[in-house]
Design a protein around this ligand. Structure first.
Ligand SMILES: NC(=O)C1=CN([C@@H]2O[C@H](COP(=O)(O)OP(=O)(O)OC[C@H]3O[C@@H](n4cnc5c(N)ncnc54)[C@H](OP(=O)(O)O)[C@@H]3O)[C@@H](O)[C@H]2O)C=CC1
Ligand SMILES: O=C(O)CCC(=O)C(=O)O
Length: 432
């Protein structure tokens, strides 16, 4: 099944349009086309990359705890595998759509390429609110979803991982359902598993760690001291809480953190360890806070650095002018629309893009996959050292393009990724 992709739009044209309706897919396709022009990427490769290889839509019926049957819709989008097996997370979210999965799968292709790890891009999910599911319902949903996509995932074909609304336990159920089906234990079919069944040290904290590492690199690049840097973080889950806590530990002042209910604001700096993360207790970030702001006020705060680490398309043409931060580091996937990105560029506010900043997750997933294949566990020191090395190498590659071509950080990251993907297509010559 192939997808109808949106038409590519001129960036200046999109500047003049309202981006109320700019979809995540439109954002990614526009970015692809802009960078393809910059590096003269073969138009055939651009055409190929503008479409997912396959998109699967499945029906996931489960028995609720009260005995009734409820039917959910699930997706798995596989974008491109020229550099290796499809790789990407599975999210449980009531508003997830087919197109959003396609957009996120495309971003995974770029992310793996910018990190130079041998995977392509995929993403999937189920249209369900994990907060409305009991643990047994979560398990039944996961096992049935795995059954429905069982033929198209596998350690050498497509390897799911956690994303919003899913966690290590979800991955354990996927691994068990898949392994039971094929009659053999296959730890490599998913990453982000519990340690007891082949998970890796450091995977859970890895995306937040990479966000913090890139934030620190960027601060150094612009000659800031982290000790004098104030930061606001949207989302206090797997990515946001870890990033905030590390940056706090490294000396920055985290002055605001938020969840769906609001913003906890402490101008003198928050003790981030004392605030419950999403995993510790959902929707509790503002509990007992002295000062609580409305969620949308986070972007208006007078801070040095902004880290959107919750959901996509939150920095838009409508609110981008409220932003006074001097630097943005994207923890979430696709938090900035293409139109808002152009305005930030005009305003000289650098944006360190998602495909670099949060790539620690898939990088440690790659380490986990290697450990599964070799049946050898790495120490947490080894995982963190190798992650730091990979992040620094990717930073250097992106910084080189940023400086040599005088493009945005996002375009520089896309250039690194698309050059590698283009070279793989050149070498393989996949055209029939
Ligand atoms: N987990 C991973 O391995 C990776 C995740 N990402 C991306 O990072 C982002 C966050 O994922 P992750 O940390 O795993 O998700 P989690 O489910 O762990 O946490 C999400 C957090 O965002 C908050 N949140 C949700 N909606 C809003 C909103 N509208 N405004 C403010 N806060 C909100 C939640 O708060 P509440 O408690 O109120 O629900 C929660 O604190 C996603 O874009 C994901 O794709 C990227 C790379 C890897
Ligand atoms: O760890 C992985 O394989 C993918 C994580 C993910 O979905 C992401 O980086 O957006």
């Amino acid at each position: 099944m192939s997808s109808d992709t949106p038409p590519q739009t001129d960036r200046t044209e999109s500047r003049d349009q309202s981006d109320d309706s700019e979809s995540a897919l439109q954002t990614v396709v526009d970015q692809l086309s802009e960078v393809a022009d910059e590096i003269d990427l073969d138009p055939n490769v651009v055409e190929r990359l503008s479409h997912p290889n396959s998109v699967y839509e499945v029906t996931v019926p489960i028995e609720r705890d009260d005995g009734s049957i409820e039917v959910f819709t699930g997706y798995r989008a596989q974008h491109d595998s020229v550099r290796g097996p499809y790789k990407g997370g599975v999210r449980y979210n009531p508003s997830i759509t087919r197109d959003e999965c396609v957009a996120l799968s495309m971003a995974m292709t770029w992310k793996c390429a910018v990190m130079d790890i041998p995977f392509g891009g995929a993403k999937g999910g189920v249209q369900a609110n994990p907060k409305d599911l009991s643990e047994r319902e979560h398990e039944r949903l996961t096992r049935r979803f795995t059954h429905e996509i069982g033929d198209i995932i596998g350690p050498m074909t497509d390897i799911p991982a956690p994303d919003m609304g899913t966690d290590a336990q979800t991955m354990a159920w996927i691994m068990d359902a898949y392994s039971t089906n094929v009659g053999e234990t296959k730890p490599g079919v998913v990453t982000g598993k519990p340690m007891s069944i082949g998970g890796s040290e450091g995977r859970e904290g890895a995306p937040g760690r990479s966000v913090a590492l890139i934030a620190r690199k960027a601060a150094e690049y612009y000659d800031w001291s982290l000790d004098d840097t104030t930061i606001a973080v949207q989302g206090f889950g797997s990515v946001g809480a870890k990033a905030a806590r590390l940056l706090d530990d490294w000396g920055a002042d985290i002055v605001a953190v938020s969840d769906v209910k609001g913003v906890r604001y402490e101008p003198d700096g928050i003790d981030t360890m004392a605030v419950p993360s999403f995993e510790e207790e959902p929707e509790a970030v503002t509990d007992d806070a002295d000062e609580v702001l409305a969620p949308e006020q986070l972007f208006e705060l007078d801070v040095d650095m902004l880290v959107p680490a919750a959901i996509g398309n939150v920095i838009t043409k409508q609110n981008v002018h409220d932003i006074t931060a001097d630097l943005i580091v994207e923890g979430a996937n696709g938090p900035t629309t293409h139109a808002a990105d152009a305005i930030l560029e005009e305003r000289d506010i650098p944006v360190l893009p998602d495909i670099l900043a949060n790539a620690g997750g898939v990088t440690v997933s790659y380490f986990e996959w290697l450990q599964d294949i070799n049946r050898r566990a790495w120490s947490s020191e080894r995982v963190n050292n190798e992650l730091d090395q990979e992040m620094h190498a990717a930073w250097d590659d992106v910084r080189t393009e940023f400086e040599q071509r005088s493009v945005s950080w996002r375009d520089a990251a896309y250039i690194v990724a698309l050059s590698r993907i283009g070279a793989a297509y050149d070498a393989r010559g996949l055209w029939p």
